[in-house]
Design a protein around this ligand. Structure first.
Ligand SMILES: [Zn+2]
Length: 348
């Protein structure tokens, strides 16, 4: 049986890490939100570096379409919970650390409790809603956050080390984006497409940023977004400034529930309005034409139509199409079916 010190010997001989840095890594409680394309390299490299306590949070199940980037999963594991399968794999990789999993989706209701025991949060999610929720919670709870995202062949990385009061005073993500952008601005991996090696690269950089912050090395400066294009290998860093009217950092009375309250976009409605409307599921449709007749006849009868899809992105595109044609009776279900409670039913 090998001893633990031998596991990390090649990195602890680095002067920037040493025994002291290694001890910091061992003592670090880190939570990884999202066991997907970013979560795999992040969990694996943090475990390899000897981060002592890791929690992996994800309520999603493994799907065949995940396997091109979620490389620690196998086809036999399709249908199993991502966080638990990844936990088991990472625990085997490094038996000297403690790896836990939580089969849940981070929400406004549970987020503060999930983060409470952890100093550092790794945002490996793929949607703006969760990213902003995690960011706002980390700001208010004074937690360190390292956030990454990918879009096709490009990735982004930024850190918000809010345990440092000076960083908190310098601004926040809401200074750059006061409102949560619409998911339909970019689309997630499901809609936009992704190569596993892009997620692997950006996730590896995210893990490196976490390791550097834990051992006290130089990290990305605050208010900086790093972008990395995996086609040209062009790397850029953008600085942004504190915004005087920021809804988060410039408002000392703000709470997580007030800042995170969902805001409906144009043409979007909430699930509570569904019972009075005609509901059309657009998930398997390939053309808008198939809905034309029903939209037209509903308009004539003065009834409304709500398009639904998984995340509210495709349905919003369909709604915008019909709105542009003058059909003011069309709506999109806000955040789609995945935003509903798991056991709630929609009756069309
Ligand atoms: Zn701000």
């Amino acid at each position: 049986m090998m001893i633990e010190a031998a596991f990390y010997q090649r990195q602890s001989i680095l002067s920037q890490i040493g025994d002291k840095g290694q001890a910091h890594l061992k003592a670090a409680p880190v939570v990884i939100i999202g066991a997907g394309g970013l979560g795999h390299p992040v969990a694996s490299f943090l475990a390899a570096a000897g981060v002592g306590r890791i929690l992996i949070v994800d309520d999603d199940t493994i799907d065949g379409g995940n396997l091109n980037r979620q490389f620690l999963f196998t086809p036999e594991q399709i249908g199993e919970n991502k966080s638990e399968v990844l936990r088991e794999r990472i625990q085997k990789q490094n038996p000297f650390i403690q790896v836990n999993s939580l089969d849940t989706r981070v929400s406004l209701e549970n987020c503060q409790e999930i983060l409470s025991d952890y100093k550092l949060v790794l945002d490996c999610t793929d949607n703006f809603k969760t990213k902003f929720l995690l960011h706002d919670a980390c700001f208010l709870l004074k937690k360190d956050l390292i956030q990454a995202s990918i879009y096709q062949f490009e990735g982004q990385l930024q850190n918000f080390l809010y345990s440092n009061d000076e960083v908190r005073e310098n601004g926040c993500l809401r200074c750059l984006w006061p409102e949560v952008p619409s998911e339909s601005c970019v689309g997630n991996c499901e809609q936009a497409g992704v190569v596993g090696a892009v997620a692997g690269n950006i996730g590896t950089m995210q893990a490196m940023e976490a390791i550097k912050s834990i051992v006290g090395m130089e990290v990305l400066t605050p208010n900086t977004t790093l972008t990395f294009d995996l086609i040209s290998y062009q790397l850029n860093k953008f600085k942004w400034k504190k915004y005087g009217n920021c809804p988060l950092c410039a408002d000392s009375s703000v709470s997580l529930s007030t800042i995170s309250r969902p805001k409906l976009g144009e043409f979007e409605i909430l699930a509570s309005s569904l019972s009075q409307q005609k509901v059309i599921d657009v998930r398997n449709s390939t053309s808008m034409i198939e809905f034309s007749d029903v939209v037209r006849s509903s308009q004539e009868k003065n009834t409304h139509i709500v398009f639904v899809c998984n995340k509210g992105i495709q349905s919003l595109a369909v709604t915008r199409h019909f709105r542009a044609l003058g059909f003011s009776n069309t709506w999109s279900l806000f955040e789609g079916l995945s935003g509903l409670d798991k056991d709630s039913q929609i009756i069309g």
